[in-house]
Design a protein around this ligand. Structure first.
Ligand code: ADP
Ligand code: MG
Length: 716
């Protein structure tokens, strides 16, 4: 969404009022008030893919328009998720003029479908190969809402011949695939479950800095991160920011954010200071995955807009400042049944624990089998700067279970051979017990990329600015695949086992043993872990363009293809988009850096050199120079140090220009990406080192940009 306006979104109410929760959402309760029984049923059937008759669609559209107009909305839009990672909208007002008469311009067909100009969104070649037209279609599983003065209708976005051009389409497909296979496993334990669905709670980290400082940093404005900047004498060494008292201005920001979020039905619950100075986090109560993702996209927009109204800028980049913590987006994921059971909750009895260990072993198998894919989903240029640095999990995927669960899992692996068991063997002897308050017992290990945190798994390696969908689509699909295999195996072993429980136990055991290499409870930062991971056969690659290739692997194609989540063509398109965006992101960063060096850093260094030269030609200095060797004069030494770094930058600029020309001349985006990874990145680092050294040599008033200390320690 564009966010230039500074007027309050939805007329800010400043303080959260619980009774206002969801007042801008056309949720089920509101629908009941505005729609006939028949129309309500049509909405439910549409959720399952059944078409709605034109008359009923008109009725629903009319109701929506009436409700939205009563709330002050003047426009409507299909609100969708193209592959930019942002959301897109094209506002239309509610009216049409026909022979001078004003009529309603929002009817059933406009509710169900819109046709935005598809030519300006990334498609990975899908549009040129097929059709230029793109369609958005109403997603009835996520309720319409009013944002500002616009009625937003959450929508999927597909090409003329049905290829997914967005994140929502494959996400919905993955949720359905998971539902289908999870039901098979769940039926081993419970009767009457009609739907199994993933849940998601997103912890969102971000920085809040003075907008004035932000405006004066070209790199922050254009790339979201600082491309140069010497460390501040004080960074996060004192570790006094985390959970510290929230500054007044930030509190005012949070109050407004929460009030707005609640009206939009986003159940924000938690807020606190994060580890780095000026870093914060907020988290909602978890919801159904599809809605949680829509809400996270909306929240990111709300964060930026609210910050601006408070004279602040919200930085969602994964690593805005070198040398201090970056920002992530912990994706807390679990599975729930329509009967209200959290499938990852620890049970009160052995039977329920058997269910718990089944699902646990399934998730472990899923992550083990598709670790490379999960890793690829989070391999974005921004996140690469974060992973492995300052408390962020490293880029090697592994699962942390904590002491209690690990012990139980190890015990399960040793379950005696099946022939020795009889159907008289009580289950309680075989299924390890777990403390019911596991949540408080799961030890915290901030270095783990994928952790069990009591009743849910937490995928922590996702970047703060990322769209959650790529990671969640891959996780849903991988779990669906493992569910299928689990159910099949139980079926196969049923006849040879003394009981169904025994068959289940033996499959759990095999899943645990096979997926063992993915489990790691140690320190993921320890250099020894990298070696060990390699020995375990886990992939240890930091080369983003190569990591992304897994999108094209047979295993990924099979995973998504068999479940009709993404076809080979769609996958290929996604890969292309990722690679292209990688190259483009670095192209923008490189040129922003060159601009900063040429227009800010070098002139400042020259200016100081000029002053030093003037000083060196004064009489007292000349006199000194006759008694001390000139190179021993600090003023002279300073001049030369500046000269050294100026030359370093100068060489870098020239190399960068020819390198970029060369990269542009390469014929495939893949080759371009490889050169970006292997050459552009180190070159940028090298130029940065010189620039930061110059910053350290200049008098502070001569440095033309706000410095780290100015940015990170100013909002109080
Ligand atoms: P932590 O301190 O472990 O990170 P929080 O209480 O802050 O835990 O919760 C993190 C997020 O996990 C919240 O958004 C919360 O709603 C979510 N969460 C809790 N249970 C589940 C669940 N069953 N499925 C998905 N998310 C969950
Ligand atoms: Mg957290």
């Amino acid at each position: 969404m564009k966010s230039s306006t500074v007027t309050p979104v939805n007329g800010a109410t400043v303080r959260l009022k619980p009774e206002q929760f969801g007042e801008l959402v056309f949720h089920r309760e509101v629908m009941r008030h505005y729609l006939s029984e028949t129309a309500l049923e049509a909405v439910s059937r549409w959720e399952h893919g059944e078409p709605i008759s034109p008359e009923l669609a008109d009725e629903i559209a009319n109701a929506l328009r009436q409700w939205a107009s009563e709330k002050g909305a003047t426009h409507y839009t299909h609100w969708f998720h193209p592959l930019t990672g942002l959301t897109a909208e094209k506002h239309e007002n509610f009216f049409e003029v026909h022979r001078g008469k004003v009529l309603s311009g929002f009817n059933g067909s406009e509710l169900l479908q819109q046709e935005p100009d598809a030519s300006s969104f990334p498609s990975g070649g899908l549009r040129s190969t097929f059709e230029a037209r793109g369609y958005t279609a109403w997603d009835p599983t996520s309720p319409p809402f009013i944002y500002g003065k616009t009625l937003c209708i959450p929508s999927a976005y597909v090409s003329y011949d049905g290829h997914a051009l967005d994140y929502k389409t494959p996400l919905l497909r993955s949720i359905e695939a998971l539902n289908q296979t999870a039901k098979k496993v769940v039926s081993l334990f419970y009767k009457g479950v009609e739907r199994v669905f993933p849940t998601l709670g997103v912890e969102q980290e971000f920085f809040l800095i003075e907008r004035e400082a932000f405006q004066r940093r070209l790199d922050l404005r254009l790339t979201g991160r600082t491309l140069i900047g010497a460390p501040s004498p004080r960074g996060q060494q004192m570790e006094d920011h985390y959970f510290g008292s929230i500054p007044e201005r930030i509190l005012a920001f949070f109050e407004e954010l929460e009030a707005e979020a609640w009206r939009l039905g986003i159940p924000l619950k938690t807020r606190h200071n994060e580890v780095a100075p000026s870093q914060y986090e907020c988290a909602p109560i978890f919801e159904e995955l599809n809605v949680a993702i829509d809400h996270n996209q909306l929240l990111m927009d709300l964060l930026r807009r609210t910050a601006r109204r408070h004279g602040l800028e919200c930085l969602l980049h994964e690593k805005p400042f070198a040398g201090i913590n970056g920002s992530g987006k912990h994706n807390n994921w679990s599975l729930s049944t329509d009967t209200g059971i959290n499938l990852l909750s620890v049970g009160k009895n052995p039977r329920e624990n058997l269910r718990f260990f089944s699902i646990l072993s399934i998730v472990l198998m899923a992550v083990y089998k598709h670790a490379d894919l999960l890793r690829a989903t989070i391999a974005t240029p921004g996140n690469e700067h974060r992973l492995g640095g300052n408390e962020a999990p490293p880029a090697i995927l592994s699962v942390f279970l904590g002491k209690a669960v690990t012990q139980a899992v190890e015990a399960l692996e040793k379950v005696p051979e099946l022939p020795r068991l009889t159907d008289k063997t009580p289950l309680s002897l075989l299924v390890p017990r777990l403390p019911s308050l596991l949540r408080d017992n799961t030890d915290r290990n901030r270095t783990a990329p994928f952790a069990f945190t009591g009743s849910k798994f937490e995928f922590r390696a996702v970047g703060a600015s990322a769209h959650c969908a790529p990671a969640m689509i891959a996780l849903n699909a991988a779990v669906a695949e493992a569910m299928d295999r689990f159910a099949e195996e139980v079926q196969l072993r049923r006849s040879q086992s003394p009981s169904r429980e025994m068959a289940i136990l033996s499959v759990i055991r095999d899943f645990l043993i096979e997926s063992r290499p993915i489990r790691f409870d140690g320190n993921n930062y320890d250099p020894a872990w990298r070696e060990e991971a390699e020995q375990r056969g886990l992939s240890v690659s930091f080369h983003v363009p190569q990591v992304l290739k897994v999108y094209l692997s047979p295993a990924t194609q099979k995973l998504f293809g068999e479940r009709q989540i993404l076809s080979e063509t769609e996958l290929h398109a996604r890969y292309e988009v990722r690679i292209e965006r990688y190259v483009k992101a670095y192209g923008i960063e490189l040129h922003t850096l060159l601009d900063l060096l040429r227009s800010a850093v070098l002139p400042a260094a020259f200016e100081y050199q000029k002053e030093l030269t003037a000083l060196l030609t004064t009489e007292p200095m000349q006199a000194l120079a006759t008694s001390i060797a000139p190179e021993k004069l600090p003023q002279q030494a300073l001049f030369e140090k500046l000269q050294f770094h100026i030359e370093g930058i100068w060489k870098g600029i020239q190399r960068a220009e020819s390198l970029w020309q060369y990269i542009l001349s390469l014929s495939t985006p893949e080759e371009q990406a490889n050169h970006v990874y292997e050459e552009v990145r180190p070159l940028m680092e090298e130029m940065r080192r010189h620039a930061d050294a110059i910053e350290g040599l200049l008098p502070s008033e001569k440095y033309p940009l706000p410095r780290y200390a100015d940015i990170l320690f100013s909002v109080r």
